[in-house]
Design a protein around this ligand. Structure first.
Ligand SMILES: Nc1nc2c(c(=O)[nH]1)N[C@H]1C(S)=C(S)[C@@H](COP(=O)(O)O)O[C@H]1N2
Ligand SMILES: [Mo]
Length: 260
């Protein structure tokens, strides 16, 4: 196309818009081709592989933004209510008197703890907003032991090279924590800085009452810096580990980190 002097401004405009229309078409086609190839790609942990790659970049970003000192907002406990969601891993009979918490990945080997052992740790009550990935949220009050106090009492394995100090250094602990229900049907993987965040509780009370079965009796996790999927009900096992643990919803295509 030569730049002729005798084209009217109107004709020039029409040519320009025809040209941009063409480019818009090419771009749309290109995006379509890219999208088709994404749709044809294999799945990785329940998500199309290229989308999972972007999801993991996003997770790295969240992890870097996470600050141990940043706290989830707390509320007046008169605002607390209750809401129930799903019950994976809660369907078998539960006798709290025979329930034991298996703890693995400690410096001194494995332990079997009773609810009384957990109640000997300082009792912390906390009113936070529980956020489910399905879109609802609910302010609830929980009481129990801080995971941080738990780890201070039952010392987890340290990363290689880290030295044992009087007060636990979260950065020295192995990078992951895994929890599962006694029947193994529900399980969550956590990064250690979130698992040992000062607001992360091993809760045995909710809204001033002993935890009900449907809310995870005798012991559940409450981790306000994560979406509700990570707040596992009815914990049977806690493991401190070097390898990224399995996670129920991650394997179904959700975000592993699930941070708020
Ligand atoms: N064992 C177990 N824990 C679980 C779940 C589950 O199905 N089984 N659901 C999770 C989800 S998606 C949410 S939103 C919360 C709901 O907790 P609530 O029923 O006490 O409100 O528990 C989480 N912990
Ligand atoms: Mo949820």
């Amino acid at each position: 196309m030569s730049d002729r002097e005798d084209i009217s401004p109107e004709e020039r405009m029409r040519m320009l818009s025809r040209r941009s229309f063409l480019w818009a078409g090419v771009a749309t086609l290109g995006a379509g081709v890219v999208w088709q190839s994404i749709l044809r790609s294999p799945r990785r942990n329940g998500m199309l592989a290229p989308l999972r790659t972007v999801n993991e970049l996003n997770r790295d970003l969240w992890e870097r933004l996470f600050r141990e000192s940043s706290l989830a907002p707390e509320f007046d406990k008169r605002l607390a209510g209750s809401r129930y969601n799903s019950n994976i891993g809660l369907t078998t009979e539960m006798d709290p008197s025979t329930w034991r918490l298996k703890v693995e990945g400690l410096e001194t080997g494995d332990r079997l703890l009773t609810l009384a052992d957990l109640k000997r740790l300082p009792r912390v009550e906390q009113t936070t907003e529980f956020k489910c990935i399905e879109g609802w949220s609910q302010i609830m009050t929980f009481a129990g032991a801080r995971m941080l106090d738990f780890a201070q009492r039952y010392r987890p394995k340290l990363r290689s090279g880290a030295s044992n100090r009087e007060s636990l250094q979260v950065g020295d602990v192995v990078p992951y924590v895994w929890m599962e229900t006694p029947d193994g049907a529900y399980f969550v993987g956590l990064d250690t800085p979130s698992a040992l965040h000062p607001q992360t509780l091993l809760a045995y009370e909710m809204n001033g009452q002993p935890l009900e079965v449907k809310h995870g009796a005798p012991l559940r996790l409450v981790i306000p810096v994560k979406y509700g999927i990570k707040s596992i009900k009815r914990i049977g096992r806690i493991r401190f580990t070097d390898v990224q643990p399995r996670d129920y919803w991650y394997e179904d295509g959700y975000d592993w980190y699930a941070g708020l």
